[in-house]
Design a protein around this ligand. Structure first.
Ligand code: ATP
Ligand code: MG
Length: 229
């Protein structure tokens, strides 16, 4: 089983004056976890540390222990900046070819992934002509092409409308990836598919448990049903 474990993790960027993450202890196994908290609380930074990109991409300083056991794919908030090829088909071909698959297998995988993500009709369109919701599907398809056991998404609802959000939730729950870690403050969309909520405050985990038991932070968009008491 894939898992991630953080023990007493402190992290700072090269420019940080103080630690951004402060003594984070967190284990994630086969489950769907949402990391929430107000802006600046460290959600994105925590995903960067959990996916292993923090030190590699940003540098800085890390203390404590980070154990990552399993293949991780990470869809950043600015996902469209990371789509490099002109069309989704070329993007997926590029990612799959890097895994030493033969041409035939690449085609089979592209068919499977595009069916799963509902992007068959988009494969040969130019990425610059696609909507943000469509580009997001391409970005998630690219992550799935890495065959991850752990999939992380940073604020996946930031660029899409409520209808797109409902579609995205359905898609996420059908991906077949055993571990999902999502940073998000719009909990109302995720309420029905998540197993656990982790609340960050000022770089520290202040809650980890059920959605119902979580502290009602005013900056978090709670499911409507939970606000009617
Ligand atoms: N690349 C970076 N270099 C230096 N400091 C950074 C960098 N990225 C984030 N920070 C700082 O780290 C702290 C936590 O930011 P982070 O983006 O992780 O919070 P967040 O909870 O994801 O916020 P938001 O809800 O706005 O996305 C903030 O003080 C931010 O300014
Ligand atoms: Mg963020």
């Amino acid at each position: 089983m894939a898992f991630i474990e953080l023990k007493e993790v402190f992290y700072r960027y090269p420019e940080s004056e103080e630690w951004v993450l402060k003594g984070v202890n967190l284990s994630v196994g086969s489950e769907r976890v949402v990391i929430t908290g107000r802006t600046g609380s460290g959600k994105t930074t925590l995903l960067r540390v959990m996916s292993g990109v923090a030190l590699k991409v940003y540098g800085g300083e890390l203390r404590g222990e980070v154990l990552i056991d399993g293949r991780v794919a990470y869809v950043p908030q600015e996902f469209d900046l990371y789509i490099l090829m002109p069309t989704p088909r070329e993007e997926l071909t590029y990612i799959l070819s890097a895994q030493n698959l033969g041409l035939n297998d690449v085609e089979v995988r592209i068919r499977e992934i595009s069916e799963l993500l509902g992007i068959k009709e988009l494969l040969d369109r130019r990425v610059v002509k696609l909507s943000m919701g469509e580009r997001q599907r391409v970005a998630i398809a690219s992550a799935i092409a890495l065959n991850p056991e752990i999939l992380m998404l940073d604020e996946p609802f930031a660029h899409i409308d409520p209808k797109g959000a409902v579609d995205l939730v359905r898609l996420l729950s059908n991906l077949g990836v055993s571990t999902l870690v999502i940073s998000e403050h719009k909990l109302r969309y995720l309420a029905n598919i998540i197993d656990r909520v982790v609340v960050l405050r000022d770089g520290t985990v202040v809650y980890s448990g059920s959605l119902e038991g979580a502290p009602k932070d005013p900056d978090i968009e709670w499911p409507l049903s939970m606000l009617r008491w």
